[in-house]
Design a protein around this ligand. Structure first.
Ligand SMILES: [Zn+2]
Length: 233
């Protein structure tokens, strides 16, 4: 392995290390993040909030209907008991019964409407609960997968760093210095394979002198266009 080839291997290791490190950073953010679960929880809370007043209204109307019914029955009993004989009073009682029955009919209409709203609200709540359960289960699976992926990258990183340390013993300080110097400016793409006579990175054809020197690999040879170290694999 000549210096260019060793640097090319080093670059591959560095790219692998860097990709795993940025994925680990992403995983760090994703672990514990439960946006979907939170949103589903909010939907449940909203559905509960929307349902509660209809439930109260239905139960209030039910009580009121019972009370109006009882009142009408009491007046009816008195009316047919024979205890009252005054025609004016009897007429008033009949009118009161009719009025109570009209009121009950209106209340029953309102109750029906409230009961339909309760039913709709209960269905929405059940759906929201199902979505929350689904989101929670998915979240648990995702967290499990992320943790497994994290462990995988972490152990791979250890291995890659060992390989890197071993590889460095084959690289001269001067070559390593050049690699480091170019690293930032070339965004980590320091070494480019030579394919036929072209730099594989920029695609520009090299002179036969450069190709010859790259073949000999006595020292580092650079792409005439992009300045990357050329390597023949
Ligand atoms: Zn180039």
């Amino acid at each position: 392995m000549n210096q260019a080839q060793a640097l090319y291997q080093l670059q591959k290791l560095d790219q692998d290390i860097s990709q795993r490190k940025s994925r680990l950073a992403e995983i760090e953010v994703l672990l514990g993040e439960d946006t979907r679960v939170q949103a589903a929880g909010q939907t449940v809370a909203q559905a509960e909030k929307a349902l509660a007043p209809w439930r109260t209204q239905a139960s209030d109307l039910d009580l009121e209907i019972k009370s109006v019914t009882a009142k009408a029955e009491a007046v009816e009993q008195r009316l047919y008991s024979g205890a009252v004989s005054n025609p004016k009073e009897l007429q008033d009682m009949q009118e009161e019964i009719a009025s109570l029955k009209r009121r009950r009919a209106r209340l029953e209409d309102d109750l029906l409407e409230a009961m339909i709203a309760v039913e709709d609200g209960q269905q929405a709540l059940a759906e929201a609960h199902a979505t929350l359960e689904q989101a929670t289960a998915q979240w648990e699976r995702d967290q499990h997968d992320l943790l497994a992926e994290q462990t995988g990258h972490q152990s791979q990183l250890l291995a890659l760093r060992e390989q890197r340390a071993a590889l460095k013993s084959e690289i001269t300080p001067a070559s390593l210095e050049t690699y480091k110097r170019l690293f930032r400016g070339k965004q980590g793409q320091v070494v480019a394979p030579l394919q036929d006579t072209n730099c594989q990175f920029c695609g520009v054809s090299q002179t036969s002198k450069t190709v010859q020197e790259a073949r000999q690999a006595r020292e580092l040879v650079y792409c005439e266009n992009c300045g990357r170290i050329l390597v023949i694999l």
